[in-house]
Design a protein around this ligand. Sequence first.
Ligand code: ZN
Length: 301
Amino acid sequence: MFDSSVEVRLGDGNLALFWTDRWLDGKKISDIAPCLAAAVPKQHKTIRTVQEALTDNNWADDVEGALTSEVIMEYIHLWHRLLSVDLQLGVEDTVCWRWTSSGQYSTSSAYSAFFMGVTTFPLADHLWHSFAPMRCKFFIWLCLHRRLWTADRRLHRGLDTHVVCPLCGSHQEKIDHLLAECAYTRQIWRRMLDILQLGDVPLSSSVEDLWLRLRPRATRDKRSGLDSCFMLVSWMLWKERNARIFDHKLSNLDQTMHAIREVAREWQMAGVQKLRELWPLANIASPSFHVDQLSVNHNIL
Ligand SMILES: [Zn+2]
């Protein structure tokens, strides 16, 4: 981390080490000429400053390894590149922190640097900031990252599997089909949106697409409740899928809707106020337990 966070702004070249510091346009020589740098013994790398190296091109004497064609090519390339380097006599080299514009170290910039390259997805805020038991949230997270063991993924990995969607029995099982495209799923959502008075089910080709299309249907103050509702319905559809595959138990639309309603009531009794504002089922002044205790207390999840 430190190695990649620090570079040297060149002055007279007395501080920067020629072979190991990031002094050439923020890069090390081993980044620019890895084969050439590998042909230099360690004892030269640890002491050779830029000023010493550039004086009479002393750096060329440090190369002692085998002169392969790669080494020679990199040698020539580096030679040309070093022609444009100007040392500023009387100006000290400066060690700079790369993650701030001032070059000064700060703890916050170091902390942020650990998260560079982290990928995110558009529904992350809605997933983590709305209410649902952590088990459900993690399920949705796996779903959005295509990490659930649906038939298509099992086939891709060469594992034994069923192939057809157990909810409708007519399409290959993929997570986007199960939770967005399936006729059974769409019937459930049709009933849910009727109850919530949020219009008809939008045509969607993926879970994210369905979620993003549903959110604007609710007023701003009820979107968090709709996020909870989305996670709940998706979770219950997944449970229905599992029951059909592993327990050979099949629930019809009425039974699944009843199960969704009961779990929603439990969530509301656990204090999921936003869901209660969207779909009032439980009339309770103060929650009797926390939402994350649901699976322990009621064995529903
Ligand atoms: Zn289906």
